[in-house]
Write a protein that binds this ligand. Structure first.
Ligand code: NAD
Length: 325
């Protein structure tokens, strides 16, 4: 079985590929990774040289390349995206081009070559801010940021290829991930690496925004359940991590790094900042047997320990993106 995984030089995709290439993985697909290595992609997290892995450096918008790769592909798992909300507020064009046009390029090729299954990795941010309760898969899409709007567009486009063309498309909408190899511009690795460098951490607004934090291993497990057990044309929420305000999470990170509350620097709120995300993941639980397995306290401690031990990975990335001191 040949699997095409896009964006697997990034945080979640690389973890997903490592999971499938583990010696004890249940089915053993051949994996082709397609990634254009944007600022967010690094090859360090991929087991290059593994006999079941091919890496192709290229863009998901390259129709000829995607066509060639899709010819031998049975299943697609599509992670590639511009993924940082703050960058989408500064400049949205790349988000539309990669997240929307890139997804359409892949869907067209999957259709032309009769791919068996196309798993589109979407996000809980497509639902927008919730005052209370949790969004089921039927909840209306009300994305707030250009990032979330581009993901909602791609998500609906993917579903349209099922309704219109009968392509076996499955969509996952997951909550915030944390874990090793996350690019150090996202909240958890940004704060941890700043703290390890003795710096202050920039907390948006009053820090009351609520996010549901899920370990990347649980997300990867959920995506693979959707790939292997999900149904065509269905959306599956993947959540069930730990809901925390950004202020609570910051407190835990300060404690884990042995830093005091004086290291918080309150900064002007993000434009259009969603107050709260929360997904109802009972459909994935009841249909697929999905259940998050990672204890949050242990997962966060492991993540902090990983950043402490892997300065050689993140320090050059922070220097490259100008977020080093
Ligand atoms: P990431 O930014 O770490 O990685 C994205 C990868 O995509 C990078 O390797 C990058 O080089 C690649 N890429 C970008 N544009 C490309 C293009 N045009 N062609 C080929 N490759 C390209 O992102 P991530 O955090 O690993 O997120 C992966 C997916 O999961 C995204 O679709 C994101 O929307 C979704 N998601 C992320 C989270 C989260 O908390 N990080 C939560 C829910 C859903």
């Amino acid at each position: 079985m040949n699997l095409l995984v896009t964006g697997a030089a990034g945080f979640i995709g690389s973890r997903y590929v490592r999971t499938l290439l583990a010696p004890d993985a249940p089915d053993a697909p051949r994996i082709t990774v397609l990634d254009s290595l944007t600022y967010a992609g690094t090859l360090d997290a991929l087991p290059l040289g593994h006999p079941r892995l091919d890496f192709v450096h290229g863009d998901i918008r390259d129709t000829a390349l995607v066509d060639k790769l899709m010819a031998g592909t049975d299943q697609v798992v599509h992670f590639a995206a511009e993924s940082h909300v703050d960058r989408s507020i500064g400049a949205a064009a790349d988000f539309v081009l990669t997240n929307v046009v890139g997804t359409q390029t892949l869907l067209d090729a999957a259709l032309r070559h009769g791919a068996d299954t196309f798993v589109h990795v979407s996000t809980d941010e497509v639902y927008g801010s919730l005052e209370s309760g949790s969004a089921t898969e039927e909840y209306p899409l009300r994305p707030s940021s250009p990032y979330a709007a581009s993901k909602a567009s791609a998500d609906l486009l993917a579903l349209s290829y099922h309704r219109t063309h009968g392509l076996d498309v499955r969509v996952t909408r997951c909550s915030n991930n944390y874990g090793p190899y996350q690019f150090p511009e996202k909240l958890v690795p940004l704060f941890v690496t700043h703290l390890l460098d003795g710096r202050k951490v920039p907390l948006y607004g009053d820090g009351r925004n609520v996010r549901d934090w899920l370990h990347v291993d649980d997300h990867c497990h959920g995506v693979d359940l959707v790939r292997t057990r999900g149904r065509a044309g269905q959306v599956y929420n993947i959540g069930g991590g730990t809901e925390l305000t950004n202020r609570e999470l910051t407190g835990l990170l300060l404690d884990a790094c042995g830093a005091g509350r004086d290291r918080i620097e309150y900064v002007a709120d993000r434009k259009g900042h969603d107050l709260r995300y929360s997904v109802d993941w009972s459909k994935a639980r009841d249909e697929l047997g999905y259940r998050p397995g990672r204890d949050f306290t242990a997962g966060l401690a492991g993540t902090v320990a990983w950043y402490r031990a892997n300065r050689a990975w993140w320090e050059p990335l922070k220097q490259r993106t100008g977020s080093a001191p």
